[in-house]
Design a protein around this ligand. Structure first.
Ligand code: KG4
Ligand code: ZN
Length: 325
């Protein structure tokens, strides 16, 4: 629940991470079923945490896409139901617009525009320019795996569990990140695109060649595994920030944004802060709870869309491939 697109009144997250850990990743059908079971209790809790009643709402914002269609459909149908019954405007939101607006939820954060935003999650790795309020322009994106997906796959092949990012982040602390030199493909046609499937495959080949066994207990991971994941993490972070830096130097934004689940990565946060200082630009990184997927960020993007007059009809449909910019 978000007020004025700024103030988080409530932000209830029902995580399916423990469930997906059983399978080592997200099983779309399982995700959708659990979404269906959880959505009404989650909304009821968000309303009571915020101390709000339905008649007091100005509008209902909902993620139209992109994402897993089953989960999106559940959200869209429930939002339609609430909006219809309580006669409220229904505002469609793009998932990434949510990530891009998340920094404005930190109280007092006025993001100077144009901003250059790096969105890094399990499903996306993209660079956006926010030219004006609600104006999102896609500059570049991954051509294969998202950065978070690469973290998750490397963790899986080493037996580190799901999601992989937080474990790799933890195990990398104090490890030798120079132990391996993983190179990340450079895209040569001048677009600020990314590619992460090569580095994941390089780790896979190394693990096979050296016969590294999956770790039974991540807390007791041997040094060779910790050095391996630290070197992998360094390669990914370096590639992400290299593109951010190159693009910032050519497009000259007034601020930088780092957002999405992978923005929780401590190495990425620290190196991005250093880069921003070198560039003389303010850097906005949402607190971790607002970096990973959450409803408040959809509320913030919903406020922007609402003010710009965006409304959906009762025929609103989920769009798993909805484009932005
Ligand atoms: O934005 P998000 O919550 O969901 C998607 O839209 O994908 O991002 C989830 C992704 C997962 O791939 C997870 O491994 C990654 O974010 N992640 C991290 C960290 N925390 C979460 N990656 C690296 N370091 C972290 N500390
Ligand atoms: Zn996301």
């Amino acid at each position: 629940m978000v007020e004025d697109g700024r103030r988080v009144l409530s932000n209830v997250v029902s995580s399916q991470a423990a469930l997906h850990a059983v399978y080592g990743g997200v099983v779309p059908e399982v995700a959708a079923r659990h979404h269906l079971e959880n959505i009404c209790p989650v909304i009821a809790k968000a309303m009571s945490d915020a101390g709000m009643t339905y008649p007091e709402l100005d509008a209902v914002a909902v993620t139209q896409g992109p994402g897993l269609v089953g989960a999106l459909l559940v959200g869209v149908q429930v939002a339609k139901g609430i909006a219809f019954v309580h006669r409220k405007p229904l505002v469609p939101v793009h998932h990434i617009a949510g990530h891009l607006e998340a920094p404005s939820l930190a109280r007092g954060a006025e993001v100077p525009l144009p901003a250059l935003a790096l969105v890094v999650s399990g499903g996306h790795t993209s660079l956006f320019e926010m030219a004006g309020r609600g104006e999102y322009r896609l500059l570049g994106r991954t051509r294969d795996d998202a950065a978070g997906e690469a973290f998750d796959k490397v963790a899986k092949l080493l037996g580190l569990g799901y999601p992989g990012g937080p474990v790799i982040d933890r195990l990398s602390e104090g490890a030798d990140d120079q132990a391996h030199e993983f190179t990340i493909a450079r895209i040569k046609d001048g677009r600020p695109d990314f590619s992460f499937s090569g580095v994941k495959t390089a780790v896979l080949y190394y693990v096979r060649r050296e016969g590294i066994a999956p770790v039974a207990d991540p807390a007791a991971a041997p040094k060779e595994v910790r050095d391996l994941v630290a070197s992998f993490q360094r390669a990914v972070v370096t590639a992400l920030l290299r593109k951010l830096e190159q693009t910032a130097r050519t497009r000259r934004p007034r601020s930088l944004i780092l957002t999405g689940g992978v923005a929780a990565n401590r190495r990425l946060r620290a190196d991005a802060a250093r880069l921003a200082e070198d560039l003389g630009l303010p850097l906005f990184v949402p607190p971790i709870a607002l970096s990973t997927d959450n409803a408040a960020m959809i509320g913030a993007a919903g406020q922007v869309a609402f003010e710009q007059g965006r409304r959906a009809g009762w025929d609103l449909d989920a769009d798993p491939h909805l484009p932005l910019g």
